[in-house]
Ligand binder design. Structure first.
Ligand code: ATP
Ligand code: MG
Length: 552
């Protein structure tokens, strides 16, 4: 899917035409403190696609200015996810690489009389900045001299003070209705080792100070972020305007777009971490997680995610999309790409009484009826088969039943007509096996048309079939109702979000690779899971064959 125009592209086009910028440079700035989720995909796709549309480029910049949460593990995972989506950043930078430059800019602000060292506690500062109480209150330390501020800030850097004892604040406007402009903290003391800088620093710049500077240092022209940063924009501009970073080629501007939410799931990192930590899911790559690693493992393709995101459009308003919409794009992407093969999820034994014991014949089957290019494979047929329990009923109930029943004949896909002659039940009356006869005249491809079967079902040959585990997923959260809508998400977890069943797949799948996509005939789209062993292959249901989604 080609990304069509959107309001960001309109702005970029105008900026190029007016000469405000000479080229378009964007950046994606994740905090390396979690795995990326599908909401981040909107930001990534927007950053890369808009720049690409004008022949520009995109940097990846790890926003690792907060030493308390970042981990190198996440850095690698984020790069992998971005590549998987089909993008290669022009440069990979780290916010922490600019710590020296940030520090110099802080000194510059102090020298200009635009920043001061404050001794107030966090609580006291919050009280004085509170916008609900009218004008803010100026800190008693606000008017320290430049010399004193320089000395104190240097002492902060040297580690003379404990965490929280002092901060560096920008001197802006304590009367501003926008809390972000009420002398925000731009540096704080954190005595903690940084994942890249080690113990070099014990003062760290705040996001609102570091981010515009980083953008300026890299010559970012359009700094795109989600809408909650809207009221940080005046501060962004203040930092750019006052730190002497504007040059002929660099004058970054921030633009915001609405966040993407998915119904019946949680996207915020905080929640995703809670799910992992409380072991409600097996990890960040649990197939029920809205992370990119989770979607990938479940079998959702990068192409489908991209088309899905682009189809949701871009505006300044947050949007909540039903997850079933994503399934449409998965089906669309895989329908001609995936081999269509037989998997029997709920096996029912069938014995063909008139077929010789010990013989297996191999029949030709197309890999994808709608795409000849995928070629053919051999499927087995013998005296011992499995069909799905859902394809058999003892007494045919009505004309609509187009599957097997006693005294009824059906076509086995790519094989023969079989007719059920008897059923075998256990002591509880459950059907455990069915007896049938086959008609050698009816071999698939023979052109036999003397009788019409009562429908076509699929099967696997029992002696060559491969044992398989099927993992079926539903949404992580139970659909919203009047009763549960105010519950904490941990109390709204869907008890049916994972169902595991055991069955068989046809022998052609015995050499499947992790991540391979299949359309299981009459079942749905599935992907091979990394938990597969030599005894049992594990398949994840990516989505159903058809949408069961009813728009509300
Ligand atoms: P979370 O709120 O999940 O903790 P975050 O915004 O703190 O995420 P970052 O790593 O800072 O996560 O995000 C990197 C970029 O991705 C930011 O520019 C942010 O605006 C954007 N982003 C994050 N979540 C979404 C979302 N749901 N929709 C659109 N953009 C998003
Ligand atoms: Mg963030």
């Amino acid at each position: 899917m080609e990304e069509t125009s959107n309001f960001i592209k309109t702005i970029m086009k105008e900026d190029l035409e007016s000469g405000r910028v000479k080229e378009i440079i964007t950046r994606f700035p994740p905090e390396p403190n979690a795995y990326l989720h599908i909401g981040h995909a909107r930001a990534i796709i927007t950053d890369f696609e808009t720049a690409k549309a004008f022949g520009g480029y995109t940097n990846l910049r790890f926003d690792d200015t907060n030493p308390t949460k970042e981990k190198s593990e996440f850095v690698d995972a984020i790069i992998k996810d971005i590549n998987w989506l089909g993008y290669t950043p022009k440069n990979v930078y780290y916010g922490s690489d600019y710590f020296d430059a940030d520090y110099e800019k802080a000194i510059l602000l102090i020298k200009k009389g635009l920043a001061y060292v404050d001794d107030l506690s966090q609580e006291e500062m919050a009280r004085q900045r509170d916008t609900t109480q009218g004008d803010g209150i100026e800190s008693p330390y606000r008017n320290r001299s430049v010399e004193e501020n320089l000395r104190l800030f240097e002492e902060m850097r040297q580690g003379k003070y404990a965490d929280g004892e002092k901060t560096l604040r920008a001197k802006i406007d304590m009367k501003s209705p926008n809390v972000n402009m009420r002398d925000p903290v731009i540096y704080r003391i954190v005595h903690m080792e940084h994942h890249r800088q080690g113990n070099k620093w014990c003062i760290y710049p705040m996001y609102d100070f570091a981010h515009p500077l980083q953008d300026a240092f890299e010559g970012i022209t359009h700094s795109l972020c989600s809408i909650e940063y809207d009221n940080h924009r005046p501060l962004y501009d203040w930092v750019v305007d006052n730190c002497d970073v504007i040059t002929e080629t660099s004058h970054p501007h921030q633009y915001e777009f609405g966040r993407l939410n998915i119904a019946n799931t949680v996207l915020s990192k905080r929640y995703l971490r809670a799910l992992v930590d409380s072991k409600k899911v097996s990890g960040y790559d649990d197939c029920r997680m809205p992370t990119l690693v989770g979607f990938r493992r479940k079998g959702v393709t990068a192409e489908a995610i991209k088309n899905f995101i682009i189809s949701t459009g871009l505006s300044r308003i947050n949007s909540t999309i039903e997850p079933e919409i994503l399934d449409n794009f998965v089906r669309e992407d895989l329908k001609l790409k995936a081999n269509r093969v037989s998997a029997i999820l709920r096996p029912l034994k069938v014995t063909i009484t008139n077929y010789p014991e010990g013989q297996v014949e191999w029949l030709d089957a197309p890999n994808n009826l709608e795409n000849e290019e995928l070629g053919t494979r051999k499927v087995a047929f013998s005296k011992h088969l499995y069909i799905d329990q859902n394809d058999f009923i003892e007494e045919k109930p009505n004309k609509k039943w187009k599957r097997l029943a006693k005294d009824v004949e059906v076509r086995l896909m790519f094989a023969y007509f079989i007719k059920c002659t008897d059923v075998i039940k256990d002591e509880n009356g459950n059907i455990v096996e069915i007896l049938a006869t086959y008609d050698p005249e009816t071999k698939s491809g023979s052109g036999f048309d003397a009788r019409k079967p009562n429908g076509t079902i699929n099967y696997v040959e029992a002696t060559t079939a491969v044992p398989a585990e099927f993992r079926l997923f539903e949404s992580l959260l139970a659909p919203e109702t009047e009763e549960n809508k105010d519950l904490d998400f941990m109390e709204r977890l869907n008890p049916n979000s994972l169902t595991v069943i055991n069955g068989f797949v046809e022998s052609a799948l015995k050499d499947t690779n992790v991540g391979d996509h299949y359309q299981f005939l009459r079942e749905g789209f599935y992907a091979t899971d990394k938990d597969s062993t030599s005894d049992k292959i594990v398949f994840n249901r990516t989505c159903d064959l058809k949408s069961s989604f009813v728009a509300k």
